[in-house]
Structure formats: structure tokens, C-alpha cells
Design a binder for this molecule. Structure first.
Ligand code: VGL
Ligand code: ZN
Length: 179
């Protein structure tokens, strides 16, 4: 079953946000076209307590729980999401991947959710190509999922090309807007 996973399409990663990613807005129309094409859409949120260990080093304060910055882009309709998963909620642990945190512990429960339903064909879109998408894709491949990255539905903080090449080398399929 094909599942679209929207990673961290949150105000703080978009322009005007604390960690605004260059070109972040450009993915919104692409994502809006993708959503109705998938039988299942899941979304994640970087969801930090106010004292998260990444604040100040290496990141500015961002995606603080229950603030505007942590909210989804207003262009997204959250009623379209079958489920929403939160990561980075432990003040002492970073979690770029939606599967495992930096200590190797389950980050969100998404793996169990997918396994229970036998959904194995994952399509990634969102922010950021070189952090959340990157580490989630590598973990998904290790977990045995079929993984596709929708390139033009993602944007990077740093080097997108390098991140994409690495994900491809590890077994991810790269596509552009499928439509
Ligand atoms: C992320 C920077 C800081 C991400 C999270 O999930 O891509 N990037 N926190
Ligand atoms: Zn974060």
C-alpha cells in the first residue's frame, strides 16, 4: 500500500520561521497535488519542549510544542492526515528520523503503525531533505520498506544533491513530481 509521509511541513521550517528553509514554500503546491493521489497520508511534526538540547547548538529555538512555529503550514488541511506523529519531545535527545532517535529508541511509533497495517511502500515529501527526510529514509530502508523520495516535494537546509545521492545509493528511489 502506498503511503505519503509528509515530514515536518511546519511554519518554523518555512519562510518567516525560526529555521526557514530556502525555497520551502515551493513544495507546498506540489504537496497539495500529491495528497489526493495517495490512499494514505501521514504527517510528522518536529515537536520540541522549550528546553530542547538542540536549542542554541546547532539550531535556533524552533518547533516548540503548541506554538505557531510547530504548527503545520496553514495551506495544509490536517483532516487529510490519517495520523500525525511527533518527534524530538525528549529535552535531552535529538531526533531527526521519524523512526529512531539519536539514542536508537523508537522516535514516534510510526513503524508499529505501518507494520500493523502492512503498509510498506513509503513516499517521502517535506522538510528537510538533509535532516528529517534523510535520516528517516535511511532508517526506513534498514527496516525493509520500499522507499521513494519525491525530490521536488522536499527542500534542504544544506546540500540537497549530496543527501539525495546518498539516499539513492542506499536504495531509495528518487522521483520528481509523480503527476
Ligand atoms: C530538523 C533541524 C532541526 C528536521 C529538525 O527534522 O529536519 N532539522 N530539527
Ligand atoms: Zn528540531
Amino acid at each position: 500500500m502506498k503511503v505519503l509521509i509528509l515530514t515536518d511541513v511546519q511554519n518554523d521550517f518555512l519562510s518567516g520561521g525560526a529555521l526557514g528553509v530556502k525555497g520551502g514554500e515551493e513544495i507546498l503546491p506540489v504537496i497539495l497535488r500529491l495528497i489526493p493521489r495517495f490512499p494514505h497520508v501521514l504527517a510528522t511534526q518536529d515537536w520540541h519542549p522549550h528546553n530542547h538540547c538542540s536549542f542554541g547548538n546547532p539550531w535556533p529555538i524552533h518547533c516548540v510544542q503548541d506554538t505557531w512555529g510547530a504548527d503545520f503550514s496553514p495551506k495544509l488541511d490536517r483532516t487529510k492526515f490519517a495520523a500525525i506523529f511527533h518527534k524530538g519531545s525528549d529535552p535531552n535527545v535529538e531526533s531527526y528520523s521519524i523512526f529512531f532517535d539519536a539514542k536508537g529508541q523508537p522516535a514516534t511509533g510510526i513503524h508499529e503503525y505501518l507494520q500493523t497495517r502492512k503498509w510498506r511502500d513509503l513516499y517521502f515529501a517535506g522538510l528537510t531533505t538533509d535532516y528529517c527526510v534523510f535520516y528517516s529514509v535511511l532508517d526506513a530502508l534498514k527496516l525493509g520498506y520500499r522507499v521513494t523520495v519525491i525530490q521536488d516535494a522536499c527542500r534542504a537546509i544544506g546540500d540537497a544533491k549530496k543527501a539525495l545521492a546518498h539516499m539513492k545509493e542506499k536504495g531509495a528511489q528518487l522521483v520528481r513530481n509523480l503527476l
